[in-house]
Design a binder for this molecule. Structure first.
Ligand code: F6P
Length: 521
């Protein structure tokens, strides 16, 4: 049996769960008029209401006890101190250093170069080869080199001027790049090749295709004016033909999914400007400080992480919903999917032992109120326990419609209340709502760079807390390698240049059909 399930706290939580599993939140609210206020915490301008959870004071004490027994405080200190906590790769994990008040010299230098580059693109002093202003910036990257900046550009679109426009292309499906380039002109387009490793097949393929497109209008010798790159692999970026002063560094101590704050944020910085980017860093820094110093009982990321463990491992919840009631946070669940599932979707602990408990649930979600007319039915009357995070924004956007914003907030509050309260109708079972579905509500004062920085950092730290509880390494992703290798080996097979015999029967048959399809055009 693994260490986690042998801890004293685990046993006590198991016993406690048996006693409280059937408690009803609505009764707890009725018995405790202070519950809504007592179970809340503020940090970095964000407010978390965690009162609509299937917990008592004792649950919280026991979860805090688990955190202590798992040595959370010292793991937090080790991360901030740069210990090699990514043990399968022997790397430090220092995304927090990217937003520190006094960052390491190389980070400060990189930020300085990013600021100068972003300003020059924004004010038009850095032009394309023909002297034309750069009107469109296309970020070519995938996973962590795409999802964070893509999400943030969408969230902060109110902070973006009309020009330059910033686009994101990730998929190797040529239609992604084609659709983006359809309205663009090579003379006024700049590509940012964002790849920590500079070996990711999709990104390199898109970079190659982009080069061909540029070459239709720009002489080979001038193509460099239309590129920048972000990578740890400076040599590979150089061999692609990108000039040294246009390669922005990354470091192996920044994980892709934690890299928004690094040069991977260059497209975002170009979109919102260096000052707003600094605000994003400041919001994250404020959450870092809270995470580093607050006791576990009032530590927002720790509370979210521990509540997740409570539902996953004691109630057997297999999924977790993230429901932003803000159209501008449309892509936030996508970013969190990689952050949480690539980090903690692990089956062995740090010592390589198979775990005997559930780790990361499937994270999913989308914006309210749309989801209410799609999947909320299952949340209200389905058969599964689905903990949810409601993310709401207090202030209506500048020049926004206050009445519509009020309706949005009313819906968010109604949904979390209905999920918790339920509604009894035994005579008409199809109208019966069992309720007792747990949710957190996170309130942002407004959608701005500072609050977004704090929100993203909140979830980054939640992921780390859960990784420590589950004893897994949240910072590697070996599970993505097998498929990459098979895809490489299938390329010559699909092209008819290698035999199909080494493959399983299903793949062989499918390749047979696909070869026919390719031959028939
Ligand atoms: O394949 C997974 C992954 O390595 C992610 O962890 C990473 O964010 C993404 O691919 C892109 O990697 P890179 O930035 O090296 O191109």
């Amino acid at each position: 049996m693994s260490l986690l399930t042998r801890t004293e706290s685990w046993h006590r939580l198991t016993e406690h769960h048996a006693r409280v599993a059937n408690l009803r939140m609505r009764d707890q609210f009725a018995a405790d008029g202070e519950r809504g206020q007592r179970y809340s915490v503020e940090a970095a301008g964000l407010y978390l209401d965690y009162s609509k959870h299937r917990i008592t004071d004792e649950t919280l004490q026991l979860l805090a006890g688990l955190a202590r027994e798992r040595d959370l405080a010292s793991w937090i200190a080790r991360m901030f101190a740069g210990h090699p906590i990514n043990n399968s790769e022997q790397r430090a994990v220092l995304h927090v250093a990217l937003r520190a008040a006094s960052p390491p010299t190389e980070v400060g230098e990189a930020l300085g170069r990013m600021r100068a580059f972003a300003r020059a693109i924004r004010n038009g002093t850095l032009t394309g080869a023909s002297g034309e202003r750069i009107s469109d910036v296309v970020n070519l990257g995938i996973g962590g080199s795409d999802l964070g900046p893509r999400m943030a550009v969408r969230a902060l679109r109110r902070f973006c001027p009309d020009l330059p426009r910033v686009h994101f292309v990730a998929n190797v499906d040529p239609e992604d790049l084609n659709a983006t380039l359809a309205d663009l002109r090579p003379e006024s387009t700049l590509f940012i090749i964002a790849s920590k490793t500079f070996t990711t097949a999709e990104t390199l393929m898109n970079a190659q295709r982009a080069r061909t497109w540029l070459g239709t209008r720009i002489a080979e010798t001038h193509l460099g004016r239309h590129y920048a790159a972000i990578s740890t692999n400076l040599a590979a970026a150089g061999s692609f033909g990108i000039a040294e002063d246009r390669i922005f560094p990354m470091w192996d101590w920044v994980g892709g999914r934690f890299s928004l704050w690094s040069a991977v944020g260059l497209a975002l910085m170009i979109a919102i400007g260096p000052e707003a980017f600094d605000e994003l860093l400041a919001g994250a820094r404020s959450m870092d400080e809270h995470f580093r110093t607050a006791p576990v009982e009032s530590n927002m990321p720790a509370l979210l992480g521990l509540l997740g463990v409570w539902y996953t491992d004691f109630y057997g919840a297999r999924t977790h919903a993230v429901l932003p009631y803000a159209q501008d946070l449309l892509l936030f669940p996508d970013h969190l999917q990689q952050l949480e599932m690539e980090s903690n979707g692990k089956r062995v602990d740090r010592d390589g032992e198979a775990v005997d408990y559930l780790t990361a649930p499937v994270l999913w979600g989308s914006v309210g109120t749309n989801g209410q007319h799609a999947f909320h039915q299952l949340l209200h009357q389905g058969t599964q326990l689905v903990p949810a995070d409601f993310i709401i924004v207090r202030a209506c956007a500048e020049h926004g419609d206050v009445e519509a914003h009020r309706m949005l907030l009313a819906n968010a509050l109604a949904q979390s209340a209905a999920l918790m309260m339920g509604h009894d109708d035994m005579a008409q079972p199809y109208r019966h709502y069992p309720g007792n579905q747990p949710s957190s509500t996170i309130v942002l004062p407004r959608i701005d760079p500072y609050s977004l920085g704090a929100l993203v950092a909140l979830y980054e730290h939640k992921v780390y807390v859960q990784g420590i509880m589950w004893g897994v390494n949240s910072f590697d992703q070996w599970g993505v390698e097998l498929g990459k290798g098979i895809a490489r080996s299938l390329l010559p097979v699909l092209a008819g240049q290698a035999p199909v015999t080494e493959l399983d029967g299903s793949t062989q048959t499918l390749i047979g059909r696909l070869r026919i399809a390719a031959e028939n055009g």
